[in-house]
Design a protein around this ligand. Structure first.
Ligand code: PHE
Length: 364
């Protein structure tokens, strides 16, 4: 018989604390995952450089969800059951977070989504938190900006019918724009995987809109903008956080200039802690952080600070520490309401000559 003596563990337990990180580093919106992972890593390195958490080094176990709910669920199960992570930072897209959250909830593993803005995500249960604002707010900010700042009276709306985030955000925008007295000339949902948006845009343009609200991710938004320009549309586009990618301009080119989107973070925020983060991140990764990097950094920071505050890696204790936290992140101050959502401001960004330009901050 082989020896049954197990010497891998001492009574002190493992010498590192494992944290899961999930994000789409491949798939339809891969820049989202890359930035998010960078943010997770940078936060962990900073804690480790100061001696770790509870005297132990932090180890990131990262998994790619590929922007797909089934892949996300498999990744979460592996992190929890095989890697034995004590908490999960993730994931980016609401539709994937909605598949991961029930797994974390039933395992009693706290989950902090950096960027999933659909309200349903944290409704899954008391172990599910997020570092970002939610879409009823984001849609409202977009509608107010369209109506009051752009002076739009007529809006067309285009979104992905199969994606909880883009559909939800389109509905919140529509409801607020209507409530303000505006007219929605067309509300067009497209199926997943659409690359020719002309039929939908043709319906929208027939209503002669002052603005077109596109609540998709950057790859679709870039294409939509191009195709709308080909059909003769000259007005602005407005979108949500899904626009935030260095690839938006690569795909959309000139077509996305003079458009606006709501976001969580601007690298032009002059708060010293933000400028310090922008500098360190740019040095390390060779490009300025976007909102995904900032929120990945803050989501991981929330988890590590909560473990430190809890004095324990027990799931219920981390959850309770998260409930009571007041965390000063690069994306703002994070304190959770009774639904485990932070109340935070939004920024409005304009695309000008292919660059993101900060326009204004809107408080809740
Ligand atoms: N809010 C998006 C979602 O819920 C994800 C996202 C956030 C994308 C921030 C880009 C920037 O699916």
């Amino acid at each position: 018989l082989v020896s049954t003596t197990f010497t891998g563990c001492t009574s002190k337990g493992p010498s590192t604390i494992k944290i899961g990180g999930i994000g789409p580093v491949t798939g339809e919106a891969s820049t989202f995952g890359v930035s998010t992972k960078n943010g997770y890593e940078m936060m962990i390195e900073e804690w480790n450089a100061k001696g770790g958490v509870l005297g132990k080094k932090i180890e990131l176990v990262f998994a790619d969800d590929k922007g797909d709910p089934t892949e996300g669920a498999t990744a979460a199960q592996k992190l929890i059951n095989e890697d034995k992570v004590v908490a999960i930072a993730g994931t980016v897209m609401s539709k994937v977070s909605l598949a991961i959250a029930p797994i974390c909830q039933s395992a009693g593993i706290p989950m902090v989504s950096p960027t999933s803005t659909n309200p349903k995500v944290t409704q899954v249960g008391d172990y599910i938190f997020r570092a970002c604002f939610i879409d009823p707010f984001q849609g409202t900010v977009g509608a107010l900006f369209a109506y009051n700042n752009l002076g739009a009276k007529k809006a067309g709306v285009l979104f992905d019918n199969s994606n909880d985030y883009t559909k939800g955000l389109a509905e919140f925008f529509r409801d607020k724009f209507n409530a303000l007295g505006g007219t929605i000339v067309a509300f067009e949902g497209h199926p997943a995987g659409t690359t020719d948006f002309t039929p939908f845009l043709t319906k929208i343009l027939a209503g002669n809109p002052d603005v077109i609200y596109c609540s998709d991710y950057y790859n679709d938004d870039g294409l939509m903008a191009k195709q709308a320009r080909q059909l003769g549309y000259k007005g602005p586009f407005l979108g949500g956080d899904g626009w935030d990618s260095p690839d938006l301009v690569k795909i959309g080119g000139d077509a996305v200039n003079n458009s606006y989107f709501t976001n969580h973070f601007s690298k032009d925020d002059q708060r010293p802690e933000v400028q310090e983060f922008v500098k360190k991140y740019t040095q390390k990764y060779g490009q300025a952080p976007d909102a995904l990097a900032a929120l990945g950094y803050d989501a991981m920071g929330l988890i590590l600070q909560a473990i430190q505050n809890a004095g324990s890696t027990d799931g219920a204790k981390i959850r309770d520490a998260l409930k009571n936290i007041e965390y000063h992140g690069v994306s703002g101050v994070i304190k959770f309401d009774e639904n485990r959502n932070p109340v935070k401001s939004a920024v409005i960004i304009k695309i000008e000559n292919g660059q993101q330009v900060y326009v204004t901050t809107v408080n809740p």
